[in-house]
Design a protein around this ligand. Structure first.
Ligand SMILES: [Mg+2]
Length: 323
């Protein structure tokens, strides 16, 4: 496939819809108009076949996920995503491939819960041995109000949106999945099409936040390190989908999926106790309190009986990060 065909597919499907997109795809560069009294958030993520997604992932789902993981980063900062650029490196492409890919990009943009459309304002294609997709997302946040990892304060509660561990269980189930599992199997669906959260709800309410991409314990560890605090975590309070409990062969696996499984792209946040209710009202998804920020450093994981859980309950990778 020649390069102009992907650009052409993008241009016909993705005409600019935002007032602040002065010029979308078609010239040497897009022209974007930042909002007054706002700052821009910029993030980029590369997905490589067989490393970040299974090699037999559908083209639609590759496009969907490449966008979703970037929108998740903008949401974690309290931002509203506005623009994307998409770069594709692939061994060989044809028009059907490009159309399915663009459909996936569009579906993820449409699934974003914010009120404004998201414009794809640039794209590039190169030939390469391995399929690689790089998406850059740009979003708005009110000046000085972006939610950072470093803002957690002693006494804040720790809360997480949605459910944890689904994508890790989906990855285990992946080789045995049924046809159409991206639509029908909730665990597979979470792996290939992460749920998208509206991060604007965090502004003025959360003190720190990030999206859960590497595993909940590892990612919470990032907040603790950046904020120079510790935490007490109620492991049995981590929110779980019914499908996860049904899929787990034992409690250890269940806990490992929840605490260390990656790719859930839920938001983990800290906030004063009196902000949890308003956050719950402002988010259009479940928000579950799972712990508290403490002055003593490190992470203490307790089960429902108040017993301290040791490292061997979790995978080494997730635990080591904050040890
Ligand atoms: Mg992130």
């Amino acid at each position: 496939m020649r390069e102009f065909e992907l650009i052409d597919a993008l241009r016909t499907c993705l005409a600019a819809r935002r007032d602040d997109t002065r010029l979308g795809i078609g010239d040497d560069a897009g022209i974007l108009a930042p909002l007054p009294h706002s700052e821009l958030l910029v993030t980029t993520d590369t997905l490589i076949r067989d490393r970040h997604f299974p090699g037999d992932t559908s083209v639609f789902d590759i496009g969907y996920k490449a966008v979703a993981v970037n929108l998740s980063d903008i949401a974690a900062m309290g931002g509203a995503p506005a623009w994307l650029t998409v770069s594709l490196a692939a061994p060989a492409l044809d028009r059907a491939w490009a159309d399915a890919f663009v459909d996936g990009l569009q579906a993820a943009c449409a699934a974003y819960p914010g009120p404004d459309p998201i414009d794809i304002v640039g794209g590039d294609t190169t030939r390469a041995d391995q399929l690689m997709v790089t998406v850059t997302a740009i979003g708005h946040v009110p000046s000085g109000q972006a939610i950072r990892r470093s803002g957690a304060r002693v006494g804040d509660l720790i809360a997480v949106t949605g459910t944890l561990g689904d994508a890790a269980a989906g990855l285990v189930r992946w080789p045995q999945r049924e046809p159409g599992a991206s639509e029908t199997d909730p665990l597979i669906r979470r792996l290939v099409r992460p749920d998208l959260r509206d991060g604007r709800a965090l502004i003025g309410r959360a003190t720190a936040a990030l999206d859960v991409s590497d595993g909940f314990l590892a990612d919470l560890g990032h907040i603790l390190t950046a904020s120079n605090v510790g935490a007490r975590l109620a492991v049995d309070d981590l929110p779980a989908a019914h499908a996860l409990a049904a899929a787990a062969p034992d409690l250890t696996t269940f806990r490992r999926w929840q605490a260390t499984g990656g790719d859930d792209y839920e938001l983990c946040l800290t906030a004063p106790a009196d902000q949890i209710g308003p956050l719950r009202d402002a988010l259009d998804c479940a928000l579950t309190v799972v712990g508290e920020i403490t002055a003593e450093p490190g992470l203490t994981c307790l089960d429902r009986h108040g017993q301290c859980l040791t490292a061997d309950v979790f995978s080494q990778a997730g635990w080591d990060h904050f040890a």
